[in-house]
Design a protein around this ligand. Structure first.
Ligand code: NAP
Length: 332
């Protein structure tokens, strides 16, 4: 039995290339006392992976050259020498881009697949759900009646953020790429309005759709879309800086928003956060998200790529081209 892996061969400049990866195979290891062996079944593909490939300061250390690429996922214990984890347990953990992983339990949590299939625990009931929940409620301080704009709105975090804002009584405008994604926002997820940034003028559409301004902007994208929303802030607006996926492949350092003085004009704030800041309250979010999912008010969108670990490089690239609708998961 062999363990196939993708390791970081070199740091990309701009978009990731196949040459940045090294595919390796090695014998599957055996767990030592206090460890267990997991067969990885699903990997979460995340925009943040691009930033983990860079050297330098970030919210987590970079992946080192030669190291197995970092990836969260879900797998099943197939051998255990750990008192708390048994053969057959389904677990969430940061397993890496590989078919098998050995763990001592650090950063691992048990997954209840009777509640929802495994990929949902990487999306709505996992990091994406927690990010949307704490980003909107704690950072964005949304309140009923707010006009809320979400970018990358048909993606994993964005689709949950927009739905939570609807559940909490807000007027929700989603920005996403392509007519098909706009249709998903309007017809499947119940957004009030959608803007296709690839074919529409975002600034002009926001003027139409948010005549009194934007109270909360949940930003996953940065770049020109951030500038377009800055131009339409309501007084006291909150910008939730969740991510800036439009900038992750930039070859040179991006310019800051040219119109950031709109924050002053609107007495607005812009606050960054990382979902793990709220680790002690994941339980609260999990209970609420599961309740909304069960009563049908929250829908889970998953985009599962099958075909095994060899699909990893292309699936990751496809995400930066907007190929996914909802949570992008690689089934091994
Ligand atoms: P996702 O939205 O499911 O996938 C990425 C999406 O970004 C793509 O589908 C694409 O959709 C859009 N995109 C890609 N390149 C773009 C560009 N140049 N301009 C505009 N849109 C572009 O990914 P996700 O996992 O939910 O992550 C969304 C954001 O949340 C990312 O910025 C990520 O880094 C961030 N995040 C932050 C935290 C945190 O703790 N702060 C945690 C998780 C994720 P379109 O077709 O619409 O272009």
């Amino acid at each position: 039995m062999h363990n196939a892996q993708y390791r970081l061969a070199s740091r990309p400049e701009g978009a990731v290339r196949h040459s940045n990866w090294l595919y390796t195979e090695e014998p599957v290891g055996r767990p030592a006392e206090g460890e267990f062996l997991v067969k990885v079944e699903y990997l979460s593909l995340d925009p943040a992976m691009r930033s983990w490939m860079n050297a330098g300061r970030s919210y987590v250390p970079p992946v080192e050259i030669g190291e197995v690429m970092r990836a969260a996922g879900i797998g099943t214990v197939i051998e255990s020498r750990h008192p708390d984890y048994c053969v057959g347990d389904t677990l969430y953990g940061v397993w890496g881009v590989q078919n098998f992983a050995i763990s001592d339990g650090t950063g691992v949590s048990k997954v209840d697949t009777s509640l929802a299939p495994a990929p949902v625990h990487l999306g709505v009931l996992g990091v994406s759900g927690f990010t949307a929940y704490f980003g909107l409620i704690d950072v964005g301080k949304i309140k009923e009646g707010d006009t809320v704009v979400v970018s990358a709105a048909a993606g994993s975090v964005g689709s949950v953020a927009g739905q939570i804002a609807k559940i909490l009584g807000c007027h929700v405008i989603g920005i996403a790429g392509g007519a098909a994604k706009s249709a998903v926002l309007l017809d499947e997820l119940g957004f009030d309005a959608a803007i296709d940034y690839k074919s529409e003028n975002v600034r002009a559409r926001l003027k139409e759709l948010a005549p009194k301004g934007v109270d909360v902007f949940f930003d996953n994208v940065g770049g020109t879309i951030l500038e377009d929303v800055l131009a339409r802030l309501a007084r006291g607006a909150r910008i939730v800086l969740c991510g800036a996926v439009s900038q992750y492949n930039a070859e040179s350092r991006p310019k800051g928003p040219s119109n950031y003085m709109q924050l002053l004009v609107s007495r607005a704030s812009m606050t960054g956060f990382v979902f793990s800041d709220y680790a002690e309250r994941f339980g609260e979010a999990a209970v609420q998200l599961a309740a909304w999912l069960t009563d049908g008010r929250l829908k889970s969108l998953e985009h599962t790529v099958s075909g095994g670990i060899e699909r990893f490089p292309d699936a990751l690239l496809d995400m930066f081209a907007g190929g996914n609708t909802g949570k992008l998961v690689l089934a091994l």
